[in-house]
Design a protein around this ligand. Sequence first.
Ligand SMILES: O=C(O)CCC(=O)C(=O)O
Length: 304
Amino acid sequence: MSSSAAPAFKPFNLALIQLGQVGPDKAANLQHAREMILRAARGDGGAKPKADLVVLPECFNSPYGHVHFPVYAETIAFVPGRPYDVAASASKSVKMLSAAAREAGVWLVGGSIPERDTTDSKLYNTATVYSPQGDLVAIHRKVHLFDIDIPGKITFKESETLTGGKTINCFDTDFARVGLGICYDVRFPELAMINARRGCQVLIYPGAFNLTTGPLHWELLQRARAIDQQVYFSMCSPARDMTAGYHAWGHSMVVDPMGKVIAEAGHEEDIVYAHIDPQTFHDARAGIPVTTQRRFDVYADVSA
Ligand SMILES: O=C(O)CCC(=O)C(=O)O
């Protein structure tokens, strides 16, 4: 977490990889993700503008489900504070993501992977972020675990095997400060607010909603977080696979600070691109100045 002034917000191109073919073969998942990162970075062979920041979905290297997390978990040389150490990390996923970011020359939010802590063996749902040089610059362990029970529809309990992270995380690029969350974290406005109040102009959450809450809440929550924080907000999902144990909603999306959806996938494998324009951010904040109208004399400042 950076406490310094946020970098000047500059225009950039964002690419979300709505990854398909995520199955039980981890090596195949990694190989496919690598190919898609290179394809996204090149703007689909020139059909789209070259991406500056590429994003993968939640749990991109393993089937999604609490029974799978212990089997697929990898260790990262995670030392609170930086730098993180790619070479010392046993994680094959971290090594692939680092090499792909370097080869493609892009910033990369490497979705999330099941992670096993090297000291106490607890399991986390963890996002890792890489610079265009391949350095691991940030880590976010999903803070709010996805434990829900909607009878007859969906029951899911990440806390059967996972532990919730305890830190709020962002990273600085040469074009923006980007805040991180993972999926269910989107339901907690406090996390988004704290990152926005710390200077993030863009919030990115790898996610994997389902066929019950996806149609109702996926877009609504992203537009809500974009509007209440006046930031660009984006979630990147896996493609839907009805043969898998978990059916992801898809619809990877980018929302601007006025709450307008500026890019959206369907439910198939796809790469969606969005041009991120700081002017929209500045105009939203100037026109509707909620960022300077807060009443901390009436209620507490959650980010203090
Ligand atoms: O909040 C939801 O409805 C879905 C969350 C989810 O799928 C997740 O956290 O992985």
